[in-house]
Design a protein around this ligand. Structure first.
Ligand SMILES: N[C@@H](CCC(=O)N[C@@H](CS)C(=O)NCC(=O)O)C(=O)O
Length: 336
């Protein structure tokens, strides 16, 4: 009897574990919205506009997932997350996915954040006041540098100064607003973050033109979405959402021409849009999943240009984020 009871409770415990760990996609569908962990406010990546509507490159990845699931890019709630809280909030289950300019590193991954890919290849840089009259980060010996806690930025900063035998006075803050304000008010000689962040944060400074970005990029910052480790199907939904955005760009499918493209004879386009084949169901989605994404947010290139590209206030060149066909690193496996 005791054995049966033990077996029964073991079986119950096991099913509870699999119920808890299985089916983020089903949970999202049942809830009726996606919960996306996002930046509290980083222009170009995730920033509420005047109407409180979140806009940005990371935001578009979240909206693309919502579009793939619900055929509605607005069925997503954005939960702003501070840098140092990212691993715990993802682990706690409060969010379905974290898309918050977060660098893919080994220790983050072994610590439970499972990265699905890279939606922005970045690297860390420095900004200083022009009147400091230095033209290289190698001339920062003895400098005070404002930096945000809980970031790879903080670690790379220490490495860079140590590697170059320079004296560093780090001035650490827990939020980005505090960090930028401190630098802007003259508390530090330099401010350091991902290069993308430097472009965005510079716009917040009282006199953006009084500052200069130094030429050195001191690290690799592959920024991408992460999910918990226990749900392969959900991992694939998030991963292939980015691949759909990339494949669309590669195939010339845009938000404006996607309906026209449904009539295309190109087999790759037909598979992407679900006109041919049975690809979406394998992800737990409908076969028009990628059509929904492109119709809602456009392709990766469109999202890039709109949010951070040369036509946007941020003015970042495609660089490493160009498609592989254009000399960049953005590459998606084929849909077949
Ligand atoms: N990519 C780095 C840095 C990410 C990061 O949090 N950067 C800061 C500075 S641009 C930020 O976004 N802060 C926004 C905030 O906390 O409000 C990482 O993953 O650690």
């Amino acid at each position: 009897m005791r054995t049966i009871a033990t077996l029964l409770s073991a079986a119950l415990a096991l099913s509870a574990v699999s119920a808890a760990s299985a089916g983020t996609l089903d949970q999202v569908k049942a809830r009726g919205e996606l919960i996306c962990g996002s930046n509290p406010g980083l222009a170009g990546f995730a920033l509420p506009d005047d109407q409180g509507v979140y806009k940005g490159l990371d935001v578009d990845e979240c909206r693309a997932i919502a579009a793939a699931i619900f055929n509605d890019p607005n069925k997503v709630k954005f939960l702003p997350i501070n840098a140092k809280d990212r691993p715990t909030i993802l682990a706690s289950g409060q969010i379905d996915v974290l898309i918050r300019n977060t660098t893919w590193t080994l220790s983050r991954e072994t610590g439970g954040m499972f990265f699905t890919g890279v939606n922005f290849y970045d690297g860390q840089g420095f900004i200083v006041r022009k009147k400091l009259a230095i033209d290289s980060a190698l001339k920062l010996d003895g400098a005070s540098v404002c930096v945000q806690q809980g970031t790879t930025t903080e670690l790379n900063l220490a490495d860079f100064f140590r590697a170059h035998k320079m004296k560093l006075e780090p001035v650490v803050f827990s939020t980005d607003d505090e960090t930028v304000k401190a630098y802007d008010s003259g508390r530090c000689d330099a401010y350091t973050t991902d290069a993308s962040g430097l472009y965005a944060e510079r716009l917040k400074m009282s006199a953006p033109d009084d500052h200069v970005v130094l030429p050195e990029i001191i690290s690799k910052e592959p920024l991408g979405p992460s999910v918990r480790k226990d749900d392969v199907q959900w991992f694939q939904v998030v991963q292939w959402t980015h691949y759909a955005l990339l494949n669309a760009e590669e195939l010339g499918v845009t938000q404006a021409n996607v309906d026209e493209m449904l009539k295309s004879d190109n087999p790759s386009i037909r598979r992407l849009l679900g006109v041919e084949g049975d690809f979406g169901t394998g992800l737990g989605l409908t076969n028009d999943w990628a059509y929904r994404i492109i119709k809602a947010v456009g392709n990766y290139g469109e999202s890039f240009e709109r949010n951070v590209g040369m036509g946007s206030p941020i003015k970042i060149k495609r660089g490493l984020n160009a498609l592989w066909t254009q000399g960049g690193l953005q590459y998606a496996p084929p849909i077949r």
